[in-house]
Design a protein around this ligand. Structure first.
Ligand code: PEP
Ligand code: MG
Length: 836
């Protein structure tokens, strides 16, 4: 027969305890023992033994006997390899029987002894023997006798009196619970492997009931929300696990107006706890919460766990551990989850405050804001003018809504996914945004929005939590952004760690200033189309669209030229010496035309054309599939005057800015390329514009021409495209759209279902699909570098701000990523982590 399972191992400073075999709790207790803290005798049962116990094997009873040598009572706690994997609930007071009950009654009094025995009989009957809980919920003087009687009636045998039998049963039950389907699912969701091991810890129990100062409590030394030093916790006098003894009283730890404090009633105990806390932080290199018991004035440290913390506290704790020399700065960088930084840059709903959730959607842009509902961009602008914070609620947003979005404190749409218009713009503006809140029904005419059974009206106050995707009724309690010294320090260490470059996607002077504030290394993508929605430019733009000849088009565009020149001049000035990549005009022209009758009539009037003419022209520009139609470089080739004007504006701004400061070398980028010849044609024209401007302004300058790789063909043909380009930038938004054949604007409708059913592991517009789109990216990188080893390669799609995607880009050999300014800190940390 097989040898008996390895038995429990006493946790001593030198015992061979490992986290893999005995679990994190056993390992942590050993560290506390090594620090000579007063830890009760504890035994670790290794995972392979627990597995055999689950299969029905029993530990040799003699091996367990020694465990009861102390007070006679023991606790059993789970000890998985990682704390977040959880485990079966702790069982306390194992070992109590009639004899021990009688002995205890003499020390801690009859009532207390009864309470301890009763609590064990109840938990044993319910959780181990799995009897009906209703039979075991009594209280009062007869409860113990009644529970023992019920147990005997149900089981046809008396309550087990042999402590080793009790313990064997508890171990078996906990070992089995670990294999249950719920426990398995829960831990797998936390990243545990299917066969994750479970160790168990059996610990002698110190009594928290009886004469003198007795009780149990927890203490921690930082605020779990802000991370600032502060002692918090409770001491519960005369409370032993769930057993509440006579004279039970809860104390604050430090002096507090609300009631008595341990610091005053037992200053030595308090001082010892603080001393233990300081030592634990240094030795365990972590902020710990300590669980302790006091027995007649003597402290026992029974457990210590990592303090649960919010993102702000996470940053402050990591930075302060490194500043105190307890961990190196690189480790502080590794300890902070990059996406958690997004919470620091924005207002956040206070995690301690109640939330009245009325709808849920996709968390498209982080942060939280409260405002009154408006249903149109125009109402948003008037609310803004009145100084009232408002939230733009739309079915989806279109480019014309941009100024309404600017005027809002947050945006909520019923439709759309992570790269829909609303999501991309909101991230760029740093506005909290929820898209795809499909539970909402907006009635723009009645000016109401229905969420389940609730109807909200224009002017009603709501809070958007763009970090969680929750829409809350009313004004929630918000925490302000935390761009404090801890954040700045972490960012400085990230810069020291090197790694991939990070630039910002910035279209406006405001974006550019945010980019600088977050220390982006330049602008990696300036989308110029937003510049044409300006009230002054839109008419000229429309006039250009309606022009019949190239000459007329040029005349209309000449009106825009000075404004466009100023756009670029101010970006160059703000970025002072840092590279600025300007993408030539990309969207289909119909986006600049009105869509309703009213708008068409106004347009006809302003162009002085018959309505029928205007309607016909608008219809002629309508495309079935505009995102795959006449946009990007296709427009650049068929209506070249637009690119000519933009190139001229860029070069004139270059000369202007170079006269004032450092010489500017603009980077011009062509969108939606799929063939080398497109690049050649555009390059020829841009070179001609450059030559003309040099001539007219009698000065020299250089520029870099680059190509966006955002069609699958461009990735495949990256080699020959690279021959004509100084840089390539992967536009992974369009590349994802086209690789999957998945519309960026419509995917939100079924993305939830798709991710829910595991068709896609994640939304591929959010996290780069490494297997498919990623392979195209790798092919593109490799072919481009083979042709032009010195070429600059970057990623400027939304994935440039996503930590997992950034790690992939780093491995792929990309030089930099570019993302919305507010994601720059996240990207910088992720880039630093890839380099460490
Ligand atoms: C892209 O397609 O990835 C990109 C950056 O361009 P846009 O999002 O403007 O289409
Ligand atoms: Mg694109």
């Amino acid at each position: 027969s097989a040898p008996p399972p390895a038995t429990a191992l006493l946790i001593t400073p030198s015992a061979p305890i490992s986290r893999e075999l005995h679990g994190w709790r056993a390992k942590c207790l050993q560290r506390l023992v090594r620090m000579q803290l007063p830890v009760p005798r504890s035994f670790a049962i290794p995972a392979d033994t627990v597995r055999m116990i689950a299969q029905g094997r029993r530990i040799q009873p003699d091996a367990l006997l020694d465990i009861f040598a102390g007070s006679g009572l023991v606790s059993v706690r789970p000890s998985a390899a990682m704390p977040e994997w959880g485990g079966p609930g702790t069982v306390l007071n194992v070992g109590i029987n009639d004899a021990l009950h009688a002995r205890l009654a003499e020390v801690i009094g009859r009532d207390n002894a009864d309470a301890v025995y009763l609590s064990f009989v109840q938990s044993y009957a319910i959780h181990i023997a799995r009897l009906d809980p209703d039979l075991f919920t009594q209280d009062g003087p007869d409860a113990l006798a009644a529970s023992l009687r019920h147990y005997q009636d149900e089981m046809d045998q008396p309550f087990p009196q042999d402590p080793t039998e009790q313990l064997s049963e508890v171990l078996r039950s906990m070992a089995r619970a670990w294999d249950g389907p719920t426990a398995r699912l829960l831990r797998q969701a936390k990243g545990a492997p299917a066969d994750a091991p479970l160790g168990l810890v059996v610990q002698e129990m110190a009594l928290a009931l009886g004469p003198g100062i007795c009780g149990s409590g927890t203490i921690q030394f930082i605020d779990p929300v802000t991370g600032t030093p502060r002692v918090t916790g409770r001491f519960r006098g005369q409370r032993h696990g769930a057993t509440v003894g006579a004279g039970a009283e809860t104390l604050f730890l430090t002096r507090d107006d609300r009631g008595p404090a341990l610091e005053d009633t037992a200053p030595e105990i308090f001082a010892d706890l603080v001393r233990f806390g300081i030592a634990a932080r240094e030795r365990l290199r972590e902020e710990m919460q300590i669980e302790f018991v006091v027995t007649e004035g003597r402290i026992s440290v029974i457990d210590a766990t990592r303090v649960a913390r919010g993102s702000r506290a996470g940053v402050r704790i990591a930075v302060s551990l490194a500043r105190d020399g307890i961990i190196p700065p690189e480790e502080a960088l590794m300890r902070v989850e990059p996406r958690a930084l997004a919470d620091l840059l924005h207002h956040q709903v206070d995690p301690r405050a109640p939330r009245d959730v009325i709808a849920r959607g996709i968390d498209a842009s982080p942060g939280a804001a409260t405002g009154r509902i408006v249903f149109s961009a125009a109402s948003a602008q008037s609310a803004h003018a009145r100084g009232e914070p408002c939230i733009l609620v739309r079915r989806e947003t279109v480019p014309e809504d941009i100024r309404g979005m600017h005027a809002s404190v947050a945006v909520l749409t019923e439709r759309g996914g992570t790269t829909s218009h609303a999501a991309v713009i909101a991230r760029g503006l740093g506005l909290p945004c929820i898209v795809g809140a499909s539970g909402l029904t907006i009635d723009a005419r009645a000016r109401t929005v229905r969420a389940g059974s609730r109807i909200l009206h224009e002017g009603d106050e709501i809070t958007i939590d763009g970090s969680s995707g929750e829409v809350l009724a009313g004004a929630a309690v918000l925490l302000p952004p935390a761009l404090d010294d801890a954040f700045t320090q972490l960012m400085d260490w990230a810069a020291d760690a090197g790694g991939m470059g990070v630039r910002a996607n910035a279209d406006t002077p405001e974006d550019a200033r945010a980019a600088r504030r977050f220390q982006a290394q330049g602008i990696g993508l300036c989308r110029t189309e937003h510049m044409f929605f300006d009230a002054e430019r839109l008419p000229a733009m429309r006039e250009m669209i309606f022009a019949d000849t190239p000459e007329d088009r040029r005349l209309s565009l000449d009106r825009i030229l000075p404004m466009q020149r100023q756009d670029f001049a101010s970006l160059f000035e703000i970025m002072a010496g840092l590279p600025v990549t300007i993408r030539l005009f990309d969207p289909p022209l119909h986006e600049f035309l009105p869509h309703d009758r009213e708008g068409l009539r106004e347009l006809a009037e302003s162009l002085d054309l018959p309505l029928s003419d205007v309607t016909r022209r608008v219809e002629a520009l309508t495309e079935f599939n505009p995102m795959l139609g006449m946009r990007g470089v296709r427009l650049g080739i068929t209506v070249p005057e637009i690119y000519d004007m933009q190139a001229r504006a860029i070069f004139e701004a270059t000369v202007q800015a170079s006269r004032k400061g450092d010489p500017v070398v603009p980077e011009i980028m062509i969108p939606l390329v799929s063939a080398m010849r497109e690049v050649e044609l555009v390059k020829t024209r841009i070179d001609a514009v450059a030559a003309a401007v040099r001539n007219e302004m009698r000065t020299d300058f250089t520029y870099r021409l680059g190509v966006m790789v955002e069609t699958p063909r461009a990735a495949l043909r990256a080699g020959d495209i690279a021959a004509h380009s100084a840089f390539l930038s992967f536009g992974t938004n369009d590349l994802t759209q086209m690789t999957y054949g998945l519309s960026r604007d419509d995917a939100g409708r079924f993305m939830g279902t798709y991710v829910g059913q595991g068709v896609y592991a994640e939304d591929p517009f959010h996290v780069l699909d490494q297997d498919g789109v990623g392979e195209l990216l790798l092919i593109g990188v490799q072919r481009a570098r083979a042709q032009a080893p010195g070429i600059t390669l970057s990623v400027c799609g939304e994935h440039g701000g996503n930590p997992e995607s950034i790690a992939f880009c780093h491995q792929a050999g990309v030089d930099y990523v570019s993302c919305s300014p507010f994601r720059v800190p996240v990207a910088r940390l992720a880039a630093a982590q890839s380099a460490i």
